[in-house]
Design a protein around this ligand. Structure first.
Ligand SMILES: [Cu+2]
Length: 315
């Protein structure tokens, strides 16, 4: 059963690297695995030999003395192995931390239980989704607004904690286009398990188009329903917690919703982003994420429909 648990194709794997940094880390992992296998086979062989040799040979003198055997097998060989692996580990960690002036700067802040994503040079703020161009180094400044979280995209880079008041830096370069799932890897409270995100690596052209669209303020509502939705949103408590650029809504407690319609999921990958899920989310976010820090709203069904029409059109 334990082995079968590892069979799900949907879980991202550190040994299936798609970024230059994760490839180096995977290299160290395979080296350690290989050395571990050799050590295991040698030790298991000696144990089997000792167990099966029997008393008949016990008194025959061994070619190396007991003391020499302990010194070589117990101290010198393990020390050399650990030293070698230590050198490889340190040089690899240094190599993947080298700053690059061409890097795309991103700021990611862990918040219970979602991720704020900012591109300071592009003027973009979004949530739970990072778009990155393939082949360009990415430099992420990691912070936290509340407790310690940990930012981990196994296929792209190593795991780095987000610590309040102590910014950390993570670097990676995506090598292949694709969507790479990430998770919060440090227990941070009730909805830790629903604090996922996705890194979408795409061609530089596609990234440029996304960034240009994302930097724009929200579009004017195009239907009567959506216009009413904007009014409900801006006049109710939603605006106190959420920003929609281009409207008076400028709250900073929850995710920026300026282009929420273009995101694949809601609630940090708790559910897919469909009008139905969005309507449920607005009425009772607790249903998808018990304990979530967005309150349940007493809001009429018509108003929910209007807000859904407004938000889903923000692409
Ligand atoms: Cu977390």
């Amino acid at each position: 059963v334990l082995l079968l648990a590892a069979c799900s194709g949907a879980s991202p794997s550190t040994v299936d690297p798609k970024g230059s940094e994760s490839r180096e880390i995977a290299g160290v992992w395979w080296l350690m695995f290989g050395v571990g296998v050799v050590v295991y086979v040698v030790v298991a062989g000696l144990v089997i030999r000792a167990a099966t040799r029997g008393r008949r040979h016990a008194r025959r003198e061994s070619r190396i003395s007991d003391a020499a055997f302990i010194w070589i097998g117990g101290i010198i060989v393990p020390a050399l192995i650990l030293l070698g692996l230590g050198v490889v580990t340190v040089t690899t960690s240094n190599a993947i931390r080298q700053p690059d002036s061409r890097a795309l700067r991103v700021e990611v802040t862990g918040v219970r239980w979602w991720w704020q994503v900012r591109y300071p040079d592009e003027g973009i703020t979004t949530a739970n989704e990072l778009h990155v161009p393939v082949g360009r180094p990415i430099q992420i400044r990691l912070g936290s607004r509340d407790v310690i979280h940990s930012f981990w995209v196994p296929q792209l880079a190593g795991k780095v904690d987000t610590i309040p008041g102590q910014p950390n830096t993570l670097r990676f370069t995506a090598e292949t286009a694709g969507t790479y799932l990430g998770e919060c890897a440090e227990f941070c409270g009730l909805q830790h398990a629903h604090m996922g995100f996705a890194v979408i690596a795409e061609s530089p052209g596609a990234f440029g188009r996304w960034a240009a669209r994302e930097a724009r303020p929200a579009s004017e509502p195009t239907s009567e329903l959506a216009a009413r939705g904007e009014m409900v949103f801006v006049r109710s408590s939603c605006a106190g917690c959420h920003t929609v650029r281009g409207t008076p809504a400028a709250g900073d407690v929850g995710p920026d919703l300026t282009h929420v319609g273009s995101r694949g999921t809601l609630g940090a990958r708790a559910v897919t982003n469909t009008p139905d899920h969005l309507a449920h989310w607005i009425r009772a976010p607790d249903f998808f994420k018990p304990g979530v820090l967005m309150p349940t709203h007493q809001i009429s069904g018509d108003d929910v429909d209007a807000v859904v029409a407004y938000l889903e059109a923000q692409r």
